[in-house]
Design a protein around this ligand. Sequence first.
Ligand code: ZN
Length: 150
Amino acid sequence: MLLISCPNCGSRDETEFHYGGQAHVPYPENPNDMNDREWAEFLFYRDNTKGTFAERWLHSTGCRQWFNMLRDTVTYDIQAVYPMGTPRPDAAVRDAAAPATPDSGTASTAPDSTTTGSAAPSTSATSISPTSTASSTTQSGTTAPEGATK
Ligand code: ZN
């Protein structure tokens, strides 16, 4: 059973949602110019990705709104939830905790990583980012040199 995070309602059970197929399949600009094969491929042919796949979901028993989701078709790991009409987010972000935290995390940790670049490797910077609070990153930044001097 999946726990799906609706952008409007929060985390809800999988049974409240309906699968809507592959995302980012635009309607053809000139359908009358397409031959039968091209039209059939638009209607029926979809990617069968093994791994990260962008797909549409409908919160049918909740807010009744459509949204997009990045899901790993092997592990069922939900990597991102984002509104309809927005481009597919970077699939390299494997952190399934929250798609919004990397923006604030990288912005706040970027100055710290330059000052304490020798003390803190890049792996610790990625482990700090899920906390997503500016105060915790500054506190950890001040405590790291003290521990290094001791
Ligand atoms: Zn909803």
